[in-house]
Write a protein of this length. Structure first.
Length: 258
């Protein structure tokens, strides 16, 4: 006999599982979901680990030894410094002495002394017998002392005897007005030194010659005399430094400034 399929007839829900069972299942599913979610969250979020600390007390370390006394070390260092100071002073003194010796050996060359400044030569004195003043008959140029003639030999007599004497060059000293004094000295072997001094006056003649006059005088020592007119002079200018004078005895004498 042919089999007929069974008919399945759906029944209304209200007629299946009771509602409370469905609610229970739903609650279980929800709880399971929350547990799974909590597990995932625990795996992803770090959790502070629990730490257990245990303290062990150890015995205190021994006290360090007291520091060594630095006095001996400092004294030794000070002695070394003093010894170095003495050594350096000795070296310094040796160097200074060596430097002084070298400086003494290397004296700088003195520069040559400058030549002395030229000495200004004094202007030559004016000529004693200038031509212009002689031509003007200026007696003022005669002021001063003059040498008359030269040393010579001559005979001198007195008291009835005569002797040869060394006659020195005569000397005439004039003032500015032409007046003055004439002196003659002779050295005789018997009489000794005879000195004669007479006043003298000078005048220019019309021919520009210069003439002198003097009186007769007694000489020293007494007993000798010096005649006047024979010893009068007539002088003519030769150059700026020389005139020739002739006496009345026709002797010529050079007339020069002393």
């Amino acid at each position: 006999m042919a089999e007929h399929p069974s008919e399945i007839v759906a029944r209304p829900a209200g007629r299946g599982w009771p509602r409370w069972l469905a609610a229970l299942l739903f609650g279980l599913l929800l709880l399971l979901t929350l547990l799974i979610a909590s597990w995932f969250l625990r795996a992803c979020v770090p959790v502070d680990p629990s730490t257990n600390l245990t303290t062990f007390e150890t015995p205190a370390p021994p006290a360090p030894p007291p520091p060594a006394d630095p006095t001996s070390v400092l004294k030794a260092s000070l002695d070394d410094a003093a010894a170095d100071e003495k050594k350096l002073k000795a070296e310094l003194a040796a160097l200074e002495a060596d430097l002084r010796n070298k400086v003494a050996q290397c004296k700088p060359v003195e520069p040559p002394k400058p030549p002395p400044p030229p000495v200004a030569k004094a202007p030559p004195p004016p000529p004693p017998l200038p031509a212009d003043r002689w031509a003007q008959k200026d007696l003022g140029m005669l002021q001063g002392c003059w040498r008359l003639g030269r040393d010579t030999q001559g005979n001198m007599g007195g008291g009835g005897r005569s002797e040869s004497c060394a006659v020195k060059a005569g000397r005439i000293c004039f003032q500015a007005n032409g007046s003055g004094e004439r002196q003659s000295t002779a050295v005789c072997p018997g009489t000794g030194t005879v000195t004669c001094t007479a006043p003298i006056t000078a005048r220019f003649g019309n021919d520009t010659s210069l003439g002198t006059t003097q009186p007769a005088v007694r000489c020293s020592p007494t007993g000798t005399s010096w005649t006047g007119p024979p010893n009068s002079l007539t002088c003519r200018r030769v150059s700026d430094v020389l005139a020739i004078c002739r006496d009345r005895l026709n002797f010529e004498h050079e007339f020069r400034r002393e």
